[in-house]
Write a protein that binds this ligand. Structure first.
Ligand SMILES: [Zn+2]
Length: 266
């Protein structure tokens, strides 16, 4: 059996996209000037920022630019890596989780918490902008949190800060196919708590493995605009870390299935 979520399979996916005529755009470029047929490679740097750097270098070798969203936590945030990813020609964005961080700090009333989270967000955005230009942001799912980090925008505005878009809030999912490797599968709706497309979203339940995704790309079964989401810590050629990720994800998926059953999602 050939393993999925290896760098080798990842390269096959890039080949399929290139050979099928998809141009690669950063998320910001796709918002400002969408090309006729394009794929956005969005990377959520949840942890293992070294794996993100590896993907950023692989893309650079192929003249591909992607978007990399960094969290404020130490397992993601590394100024040298953030700068290098940006210098390689990729977009850097903020993978924010300020609502969850503030929620864990104390007992706030909702309004007060949103204000505090926004202040927190502004500080981190400024900190990131000292390392790289930032035009877009993307929420972290914080699956263990009862609150969605995006609720900050029920009271405040990111556009007032010069942020042009947030993929979950500014994408027309009825025309852009959004596929994510969350849950270590491409059709993981049952194990995704928040990081899914909303509204009348295009849906591809038959695409589970990366090879099935490659086949769909090569067969022309996907629309001209793709938003593909990667968690770089998941992709390994080496057997041991690959198995560690496989086991870790199996446990995470089990917990997420339970959470989705017992907890109303806000
Ligand atoms: Zn995340």
């Amino acid at each position: 059996m050939r393993r999925d979520f290896t760098i080798k399979v990842y390269l096959e996916l890039l080949d399929a996209l290139q050979q099928s005529g998809y141009a690669f755009q950063t998320y910001a470029a796709s918002v400002k000037n969408p090309l006729q047929k394009s794929a956005v490679l969005r990377h959520d740097v949840d942890r293992s920022n070294q794996r993100s750097l590896l993907m950023a270098r692989i893309q650079k070798e192929r003249n591909i630019s992607g978007s990399y969203y960094f969290r404020i936590v130490p397992q993601s945030w590394d100024p040298a890596i953030i700068k290098e990813v940006s210098n390689l020609g990729h977009e850097v964005g903020y993978h924010y989780e300020d609502v969850d961080i503030i929620r864990r700090k104390g007992n706030y009333q909702r309004e007060e918490m949103l204000d505090e989270a926004f202040r927190h967000f502004v500080v981190h955005l400024q900190k990131l902008r000292k390392l790289a230009p930032v035009e877009t942001i993307c929420s972290h799912g914080s699956p263990l949190s009862p609150l969605d980090n995006k609720i900050i925008w029920t009271k405040h505005s990111y556009k007032s800060l010069g942020v042009i878009a947030e993929p979950y809030l500014d994408t027309d999912f009825s025309t852009v196919a959004y596929l994510t490797d969350a849950g270590r599968r491409w059709n993981g709706r049952a194990v995704i708590i928040r990081d899914h497309a909303t509204g009348n979203a295009l849906c591809y339940p038959y695409i589970r493995s990366t090879r099935q995704l490659i086949h769909a790309v090569r067969s022309g079964n996907l629309p001209d605009h793709l938003l593909l989401n990667f968690h770089p810590q998941r992709w390994y050629n080496e057997l041991l870390p690959w198995m560690r990720e496989l086991l870790f994800q199996g446990i995470k998926n089990l917990i997420k299935r339970i959470l989705l059953k017992v907890r109303p999602i806000k």
